[in-house]
Design a binder for this molecule. Structure first.
Ligand SMILES: [Fe+2]
Ligand SMILES: [Fe+2]
Length: 194
């Protein structure tokens, strides 16, 4: 049974029910995104923005029923549609937690688009390529890397060769330029996990 953390004051993240697994995942994605940002020579301000976006990217999962979120088998098409809605919930919840200004609206937009694919096959808006905000494309890579290198409730083992798996996603799910820039650091992260 996944234990819920409630009302822990961690940058507002825990004002919503959030499992330990999601808490760890959000931290991992934010930390990996910071390393990618270094490879891309982001300024301190831009890193700060990306960190927050990455930390909150899945906060909308707190609105997804646990039966779907932690289902061990394959999701039905209906369940999958409910699951996909977390990206929009994340955008809405983030905006409900912060002062609404141009800056926070921009961050919320990054959060909304963290599951868009470069080839337009992602969600929620099926936008493609450079129409997807740069920060969303970075989070997509950090998110996939964490998802396939950490065991999950629905998949209690790690994927055999994560970087090969990600190579097969280049220019489909993930931005090839950012992935290539991040390749060595992802390799290093994998070495450290062993
Ligand atoms: Fe997500
Ligand atoms: Fe995620």
């Amino acid at each position: 049974m996944i234990q819920n953390i409630k009302n822990v004051n961690y940058l507002n993240l825990m004002k919503h029910d959030f499992s330990i697994e999601l808490f760890i995942h959000s931290n991992n994605v934010a930390n990996i995104a910071m390393k990618i940002a270094d490879e891309m020579n982001f300024s301190a301000d831009e890193k700060q923005q990306l960190y927050e976006e990455a930390l909150y990217h899945d906060i909308g999962k707190s609105k997804i029923p646990e039966l779907i979120l932690y289902k061990r088998g394959k999701l039905s098409p209906e369940e999958l549609e409910i699951m996909k809605h977390h990206a929009i919930y994340s955008q809405e919840l983030y905006l409900s937690m912060v002062d609404n200004n141009d800056y926070s609206i921009l961050k919320a937009k990054t959060i909304r688009h963290h599951h868009e694919n470069c080839d337009g096959s992602g969600y929620p808006d099926k936008i493609m390529g450079e129409d997807i905000p740069l920060h969303s494309r970075i989070i997509r890579i950090a998110d996939i890397f964490d998802a396939i290198t950490q065991p999950r409730v629905y998949r209690p083992f790690c994927i055999e060769n994560p970087l090969k798996t990600m190579e097969s996603m280049e220019d489909k799910a993930i931005d090839s330029y950012i992935f290539r820039k991040s390749y060595h650091l992802l390799e290093k992260l994998l070495m450290n996990q062993k």
